[in-house]
Ligand binder design. Structure first.
Ligand SMILES: [Zn+2]
Length: 224
């Protein structure tokens, strides 16, 4: 036995202490405390109870939204800061100079690309201005997503509000890949409009048909 296994053994003995063994009955495999049948929900709860990172993960803020599944998935990866930015690719032993495709100044990391890069800051600022709030961008992607999503806003715009960070992440990621793989870049103004259009279509499940409709939508996002 290894040292790192001792705690598990003590834990096992503590559990067995309360078990009454029927020596006459045949052995059989049994799961959990209920009927002995494995239930995914129960397995997940047990996993969460032993892992504070999973237990505190803001999955409801991501999965209970009207975001398209591919955006939800990317947001999930982004919150783990595991999207394939250059720093994460370099961890796979692939060597190349790391430079952000957006600002071309700093090394590309999920935090830089999605939060602190000057292009990302412009998109965040757009939503600050639309909403009329002052916000200091947190250090990590998860903290930024959570603190934004938990901001107290009117119930009427709550469902739109919690999609804004994912909308920014998705726009930046598409633009980053366009610059990386196609060598083409989008002007900042167009990028901002595209970001708002995405938010509109995810909210209403149809695209905005004209500029007035989009303007009315952005006006409705102002906090009272
Ligand atoms: Zn940058």
């Amino acid at each position: 036995m290894h040292d790192w296994e001792v705690n598990d053994l003590v834990d096992l003995f503590a559990r067995l202490q309360h078990c009454h063994i029927n020596l006459q009955a045949a052995d059989k495999l049994k799961w959990g405390h209920q009927k002995g049948v494995y239930i995914v929900k129960e397995g997940y709860q047990q996993l969460c109870s032993r892992n504070p990172v999973i237990a505190n993960w803001p999955w409801k803020l991501i999965w209970r939204t009207k975001l398209p599944p591919k955006v939800v998935f990317f947001t999930w990866i982004a919150l783990y800061e595991a999207c394939l930015t250059q720093d994460n690719i370099k961890k796979r032993k692939i060597q190349f100079p790391n430079r952000c495709y957006m600002c071309k100044k700093e090394a590309e990391t999920p935090r830089h690309l999605l939060l602190h890069c000057e292009v990302a800051s412009e998109l965040w600022s757009m939503f600050f201005c639309l909403s009329g709030i002052n916000w200091t961008t947190p250090l990590t992607v998860k903290d930024a997503y959570e603190s934004w999503s938990l901001w107290k806003v009117d119930k009427a715009i709550k469902k739109i509000w919690i999609m804004m960070p994912a909308c920014i992440f998705w726009c930046i990621w598409l633009e980053r890949n366009k610059r990386c793989f196609d060598g083409e870049s989008t002007a900042l103004g167009i990028l901002k409009t595209r970001c708002t259009e995405n938010l509109f279509s995810w909210t209403n499940l149809y695209p905005a048909v004209n500029a007035e409709q989009l303007q009315d939508f952005t006006n409705s996002l102002a906090l009272a």
